[in-house]
Design a protein around this ligand. Sequence first.
Ligand SMILES: [Zn+2]
Length: 105
Amino acid sequence: MNRWNIPKWLEQEIRERDTSCVYCRCEFVSSAGKGSHASWEHVVNDATIITSENIALCCRSCNSSKGAKPLAVWLESAYCKRRGITLETVADVVRSVAVAPTLCP
Ligand SMILES: [Zn+2]
């Protein structure tokens, strides 16, 4: 268990799946350890939902921008508009649309 109460096996599964930010699709420096800019994200902001569908990895800037906002509200924010983040560009886990990862600007 890490500090988000995510069991080790689930953490492993998510780290292997989310090699880039689930929102802006920037690639993480590394999936684990130092150099990583990944942070844990609850897609639905409820820390009691510990499933691979609700737990994802996103970059620190997306995480701090999104905060506790519901996804639909956050997608309307200036941050998402500036970075071109829409329901169509986010990861499968967030929205089942396959989009090739892009590098952070
Ligand atoms: Zn991001």
